[in-house]
Design a protein around this ligand. Structure first.
Ligand code: ADP
Ligand code: ADP
Ligand code: ZN
Ligand code: ZN
Length: 746
């Protein structure tokens, strides 16, 4: 019998304060609260983790070891869970064979369609699969791309062979192959390559006939540089060493396959058509158009196939991804696009009573597109599923059956249940979220005056319609427009033409030992502080001193190498993770031992560790709203939005020269209240003479722009134009103008 609620008792992971809560099943439940309050800890690290753990337990041990590992949450009891799907913003990584079509199954149905009704008739559907030898182009093995030598990077024409003209490792001076070119008497090793004849340069590179035509023929068996390079690096099926991989990355590039022109299929499959289009042409068509085209397939024998195909395509159109094409590699999708694609996959599923967990599904969505996303959440619920959403966007809160606020503040000041009820009730509840919802944020009344401008000239990247546009300097410019309108493409072009610092949401580090302490470099100051206060040498507090725990060498953990598996880390039993001998732990500052300091939040550390160097290094992290992080918290545990803010803090600390900064949706993961903190930080950058360009959908940020560039009108080929550039106050007649008007209370 199915339970009506997910019952959680005594949740204590991270900052949760022995939280008790009953989450209704079969509804859309939105979790809100300021950044760092514990929403993700409750939803992901507690509910999802326990659901994942329990699900894994149902598999035999052999399989269990191959499944994603879920750390069991610290919680007394959880009842009422069901099988779960987490739909987060992690990019759909993987290999070059994964496309929008394959990941949504639309490609499977398109292949079926071609196998049944294409002309000339081919037969089986695997003939239209680029993952199947029966269908794939053999030249590119179904990848659509081939790796070719980047010959322009091989030589420095201004140098002679003796001066190091051959840049390719192994071929230049001192290299294994060097004498095969410089010492054979065929080439003039002392003359810059630029002064050679074309025929000589061709012979050097390509050998073969080019070499045979020269006056002084090279010895028998001569191989040109390109021939040899490709034999060694490209025509080998060996696993390449890291070093070789590096060389490959540097001296090759990928090019469209010369045989299938990117269609990935062999000739027979490539040329068969349905309604006059080949499957490759359909893969390159906008999904909007393909959905339209699919309605024209009328053969009765394929009606179920067409219905399944259309269901996938229509879902993508509904969710605002109609501007993509099925052949688009998933590795090139943005985080928000990846998340929406994953959602489409599950809409096709006929499973019921599942638990769907979303992490900020509105990321990357213009207010105009948000309604489509909320409809999808409702559809999932209407099919009988439970939908849990972590979200800051009021438009999503508005469709929730129930809202749960965690808080009241961040870190230690959070972790409690502050509100549970409807959106209407929340608005009257006086919680931090309610307060922010009721606050009016006006359009900036005195936009800054630019000092100059950076011109982006003739931009045609992706869908951009040959744009030439001025980006004003020493102000904050916001790029707006519906998803797929070309904002990122314009930003990328700006970076390409003017060199900028891009502050993205990629992880700050992959090193699990990296923490705010190591990242800000305060460890030395900390040791000196403890030394000063206790009149002992600073070296006592270092991990490689006699003060360190002898069993784990001051690491707090013991690493066990396992022969065939990933190594394992366990907390050191001697010091119980506290890294130092009891003797060292007796020395304190403000009642804190050197190990206690790890548990301090950045904000607390600023107040409790009396040292100007420590305060100075930590202040910028506090300024960007990350004061709730603990000094010893591994940076690998940070979310995308938090990583982005760590990077902003670093720039604030280090950069002095006027710089162009480009940020993609910095409000990701931020509560309305924290957006003020972010705006303050961006203002700070501009006030230091920097130029800030932000891609953003958040209306509060748009209202605070000094300059607005609105792209559109639609996505993909229907976009790529500039609809408006100027002050925010004067924009009219675009989707962005509409959103600004609608959302500003009159
Ligand atoms: P929210 O989702 O509301 O922004 P989180 O649940 O991510 O907040 O974080 C709640 C608190 O727990 C914060 O103080 C955060 O720094 C801390 N925290 C999050 N993940 C970890 C972790 N893996 N280890 C230690 N502390 C963590
Ligand atoms: P926005 O940032 O406004 O959401 P983008 O600049 O990402 O829009 O995309 C504009 C158009 O260019 C879309 O049609 C998108 O599908 C296409 N596009 C973006 N990146 C790529 C890529 N790497 N390969 C092919 N098409 C792309
Ligand atoms: Zn090919
Ligand atoms: Zn130890």
């Amino acid at each position: 019998m199915s339970q009506r609620t997910i019952e959680i008792r005594g949740a204590r992971t991270n900052n949760l304060k022995s939280l008790d809560v009953e989450v209704p099943r079969g509804q859309v439940v939105v979790f809100v609260g300021v950044s760092g309050s514990g929403k993700s800890t409750l939803v992901f690290d507690t509910i999802a983790a326990e659901a994942g753990y329990q699900l894994n337990e149902t598999f035999p041990p052999f399989l269990r070891n191959r499944l994603p590992k879920w750390a069991r949450p610290e919680v007394e009891q959880i009842h009422g869970l069901s099988p779960m799907v987490v739909i987060d913003q992690r990019r759909i990584g993987g290999n070059a064979r994964s496309t929008v079509g394959t990941i949504t199954d639309a490609w499977t149905y398109l292949r079926l369609l071609f196998s049944r009704v294409s002309a000339p008739h081919v037969g089986e559907s695997n003939h239209f699969s680029f993952n199947d030898p029966a269908g794939m182009c053999t030249t590119c093995s179904g990848l659509g791309e081939v790796v070719v030598s980047a010959i322009d990077r091989f030589l420095d024409l201004d140098k002679s062979l003796k001066d190091g003209a051959i840049l390719l490792p192994g071929f230049g001076i001192g290299g294994y192959w060097y004498s095969q070119y410089a010492d054979i008497g065929t080439f003039d090793a002392g003359t810059p390559l630029r002064d050679w004849t074309q025929a000589e340069r061709d012979a050097l590179l390509f050998g073969g006939e080019h070499a045979a035509r020269l006056g002084t023929k090279p010895p028998k068996g001569y191989e040109g540089i390109v021939e040899r390079f490709e034999r060694i690096y490209l025509q080998t099926s060996d696993n390449l060493s890291d070093r070789k991989q590096e060389i490959l990355a540097q001296f090759t590039r990928s090019a469209v396959c010369p045989d299938c022109y990117g269609d990935r299929l062999n000739e027979a499959s490539r040329t068969a058509t349905v309604l006059g289009f080949t499957i490759g042409e359909m893969a390159r068509m906008e999904i909007n158009e393909l959905a339209e085209l699919a309605t024209r397939v009328t053969e009765a024998n394929v009606a179920p196939v067409v219905a399944a195909l259309r269901a996938r395509l229509d879902a993508m159109v509904t969710i605002g991804l109609g501007y993509l094409h099925l052949g688009r590699a998933t590795t090139t999708l943005s985080g928000g696009e990846s998340q929406r694609i994953k959602t489409v996959r599950h809409l096709g599923s006929s499973l019921v009573e599942m638990l769907y967990i979303f992490d900020e599904p509105t990321v990357g969505l213009h207010p105009h597109d948000v309604a489509a996303m909320t409809r999808l959440l409702e559809q999932l619920r209407n099919k009988g599923n439970s939908v849990l959403v972590v979200e800051h966007d009021p438009a999503v809160m508005a469709v929730a059956d129930q809202i749960i606020e965690v808080g009241p503040a961040a870190g230690d000041q959070g972790g409690r249940l502050v509100f549970q009820g409807s959106f209407a009730e929340l608005r009257r509840a006086g919680t931090p979220t309610a307060t922010e919802l009721s606050r009016r944020r006006p359009i900036k009344d005195q936009p800054r005056t630019p000092r100059g401008s950076l011109t982006v000239t003739n931009a045609t990247r992706n869908n951009l319609k040959n744009l030439t546009v001025d980006i004003p300097t020493e102000v904050m410019t916001v790029l707006t427009g519906v998803a797929g309108s070309g904002k990122s493409s314009l930003a990328t072009e700006l970076v390409a033409q003017h060199d900028a610092i891009v502050i993205d949401q990629k992880p700050v580090t992959t090193n699990r030992r990296s923490t705010p302490t190591t990242y800000t470099g305060i460890a030395t100051s900390m040791r000196k502080l403890f030394a000063r206060h206790n009149n002992v040498p600073a070296s006592l507090f270092s991990a490689n001193s006699e003060g360190a725990c002898p069993d784990c060498d001051g690491l707090g953990v013991i690493h066990t190498d396992l022969a065939f598996m990933e190594g394992q880390e366990t907390v050191c039993e001697t010091c119980r993770g506290r890294r130092f001998t009891p003797c060292v732990l007796r020395y304190t500052v403000d009642g804190l031992s050197i190990a206690d300091v790890d548990e301090l939040t950045i904000t607390d550390a600023i107040h409790r560790l009396p040292d100007p160097a420590i305060t100075k290094a930590l202040r910028h992290l506090d300024d960007v709203g990350l004061g709730y992080l603990r000094l010893g918290q591994p940076l690998t545990t940070l979310s995308g939005g938090e990583c982005q803010r760590v990077k902003i803090a670093k720039e604030l600390r280090e950069t002095t020269n006027p710089t162009l900064y480009v940020l993609d949706e910095p409000t990701t993961g931020l509560h309305l209240r924290d957006i003020d903190t972010l705006l303050h930080v961006l203002d700070n950058l501009v006030d230091h003479g920097h130029t800030v360009v932000v891609i953003e959908h958040n209306l509060h940020v748009i209202r605070q722009a000094d300059w607005l560039i609105d792209l559109g009108p639609g996505p993909g080929k229907h976009g790529g134009q500039i609809l408006y550039q100027g002050h925010v106050a004067d924009i009219t007649n675009t989707a962005t103008a509409q959103a600004l008007n609608v959302a500003t209370p009159a």
